[in-house]
Design a binder for this molecule. Structure first.
Ligand SMILES: Cc1cc2nc3c(=O)[nH]c(=O)nc-3n(C[C@H](O)[C@H](O)[C@H](O)COP(=O)(O)O)c2cc1C
Ligand SMILES: [Fe+2]
Ligand SMILES: [Fe+2]
Length: 400
């Protein structure tokens, strides 16, 4: 595929990576794209670059629009991470930009990655703008959404927001716009991206959304660094970011567990049945067969979490410890939690899981339930009761 005209004078010149399946541990079943944008005005401006591996394709797209890539005057780097910053050094060499616009942390980061203090950096801050002819570029810093250097660029004359990783998703497609693709698929991918990348920075996302309101930015189109360009569903994606960054959750219970000899699994199933019997949606996940990236998306959306593990060497099963460590790093908030598990002699797993709840500020609805060796019928009845209790608390908290 070639360069794609997005608006008069604005082009997509990125690359589509159909075959990537693992992105620093994030499973990308649908591949991804590295988006870069070219604005052709009196000055020619390139926004971001691509993963180094795709440099030739990227240059080819720029050549299609401009003929000579050296016609580019300015390079704007909204985010330095190597998935779109990896090609910066080769790009600078190829286009010889007059200026490179970035935040202060962007400059320091580029020096950190490329060790080139001599590049023509121009540091920008929120409120700074740049006239490039008929159009203007306004910069808004978005620190820690999701790196210290991050910022977005807004073109008021076009009502276009070039948003780096924010509002993006890992989704390879042959067409470039949100209305070209299945909405459900797209929303699943964008929720997954939020849950696995953006979630820890939700308070900063709230600040950015407030800045967008304060600056009265009218947004007709959002051009992120990954996935499709938003033009039909701009309102929906802005609303979804607002909901997710306020930790709004759906009335659903997740039973997440692992097991060695199936005792914890029997408890998990009884909990699940109990939750379902309350008329609440519930989902059941054994960690050793579940994709972590997908599961994190469900965790972000659900209000109630029941975590189960048998005790192994005084601790959690490694799959449970691994997932809870990953989850803690993503800092979900505003959940209700319940721990359970089977043990043989010392039985510390429930205690460790309650600690995870405390660390994620999850409200513990019950001290937890542990069973020695295999659960009896009474134990399973107790688990069903606890499943019902969690579901009731979820319904109360969500007002259903
Ligand atoms: C999703 C994500 C989260 C990150 N979180 C942190 C962090 O919390 N603190 C930090 O110092 N660096 C963080 N980093 C930055 C990486 O540590 C940095 O890119 C480093 O250079 C990667 O080293 P490597 O190339 O050996 O993997 C994060 C990177 C990614 C992609
Ligand atoms: Fe990034
Ligand atoms: Fe990225």
């Amino acid at each position: 595929m070639g360069a794609v005209k997005i608006k008069e004078g604005l082009y997509w010149v990125g690359a589509v990576d159909w075959n990537v399946r693992n992105f620093h541990g994030y499973t990308t079943h649908r591949g991804t794209t590295y988006n870069a944008y070219l604005l052709v005005d009196e000055k020619v401006v390139l926004f971001d670059t691509v993963k180094l591996h795709f440099f030739d394709q990227f240059m080819e797209h720029i050549r299609e629009v401009l003929g000579d890539p050296r016609k580019i005057d300015y390079l704007v780097i909204n985010h330095i991470e190597p998935d779109h910053g990896g090609a910066i050094a080769r790009t600078v060499e190829a286009i010889q930009p007059e200026k490179i616009f970035c935040t202060r942390n962007g400059r320091l980061g580029m020096i950190g990655y490329f060790h080139r203090e001599d590049w023509p950096f121009v540091e920008v801050k929120t409120g700074d703008s740049l006239k490039v002819g008929r159009r203007t570029i306004q910069f808004v810093e978005t620190p820690m959404v999701h790196w210290p250097d991050s910022m977005v660029s807004y073109i008021p004359e076009e009502k276009v927001l070039i948003s780096q990783d924010a509002f993006g998703e890992h989704y390879a497609t042959s067409t470039r716009f949100d209305d070209d693709v299945d909405f459900c698929e797209l929303f699943q991918e964008v929720a997954k991206y939020y849950a696995n990348i953006v979630l820890p920075f939700s308070p900063q996302v709230q600040k950015v959304l407030q800045t967008v309101k304060d600056l009265k930015l009218e947004i007709e189109m959002i051009c992120p660094d990954h996935g499709v360009i938003w033009r039909r569903h701009v309102k929906e994606i802005l609303e979804a970011y607002d909901r997710w960054s306020r930790y709004e959750a759906e009335p659903r219970v997740l039973v997440i567990y692992d097991t060695m000899w199936h005792s914890t699994e029997k408890m998990a199933w009884a909990l699940y049945e109990g939750a379902v019997s309350e008329g609440v949606e519930a989902e059941f996940f054994r960690l050793s067969v579940t994709d972590t990236t997908e599961l994190m998306t469900e965790v972000m959306r659900a209000k109630g979490l029941a975590f189960g593990s048998s005790t192994l060497n005084n601790g959690l099963l490694p799959t449970v410890a691994g997932f809870t460590t990953y989850m803690k790093g993503l800092r979900p908030r505003n959940k209700l939690g319940l721990a359970f598990g089977s043990y043989g002699w010392s039985g510390e797993a429930v205690k460790h899981l309650n600690k995870v709840f405390e660390e994620t500020k999850t409200e513990i609805v019950h001290e937890g339930f542990r069973v020695k060796y295999a659960p009896t019928e009474e134990d399973l009845a107790r688990c069903r009761e606890l499943g019902r209790l969690l579901a009731q608390k979820v319904k109360e908290a969500c007002g259903v």
